[in-house]
Design a protein around this ligand. Structure first.
Ligand code: SF4
Length: 116
């Protein structure tokens, strides 16, 4: 059994949460003020994920801010960045448009800004 201390990042309160785990099994969660925190730390100790935010080159030389439309496993972020770094987005592009389809298991990379 192992204890892990984490700060919840699901809201600005930032509760300090202690999780007891046995392998990948969560035995207890303490310090969370709500169920979102329990879900966050339970996922974080077993399979941490993040929404990926970065930039992509565009045809006109400007950088386009982008993000994944769903969280990606932290372990896959390096591979995702290699794929993203090889892309040059066509312009014009509008916020919310898909820049890269299905980078991982149905996860798309979408534009976070308009670029002419
Ligand atoms: S446990 Fe709930 S209240 Fe505490 S930081 Fe996480 S989301 Fe916010």
């Amino acid at each position: 059994m192992k204890k892990v201390n984490l700060t919840c990042i699901e809201c600005p309160i930032g509760c300090d949460i202690t999780v007891e785990i046995d392998g990948e099994k969560v035995l207890s969660v303490q310090g969370n003020a709500c169920q979102r925190g329990k879900l966050y730390v339970s996922n974080e100790v077993v399979c941490p994920v993040r929404v990926l935010t970065t930039t992509v080159k565009t045809q006109n030389g400007k950088m386009l801010p982008v993000k994944s439309n769903k969280p990606i496993k932290k372990a896959d972020i390096f591979v995702a960045m290699e794929k993203i770094n090889g892309v040059v987005a066509k312009t014009p592009i509008k916020i919310g448009e898909r820049v890269i389809a299905d980078i991982f298991d149905g996860v798309d990379i979408i534009a976070c800004a308009d670029v002419e």
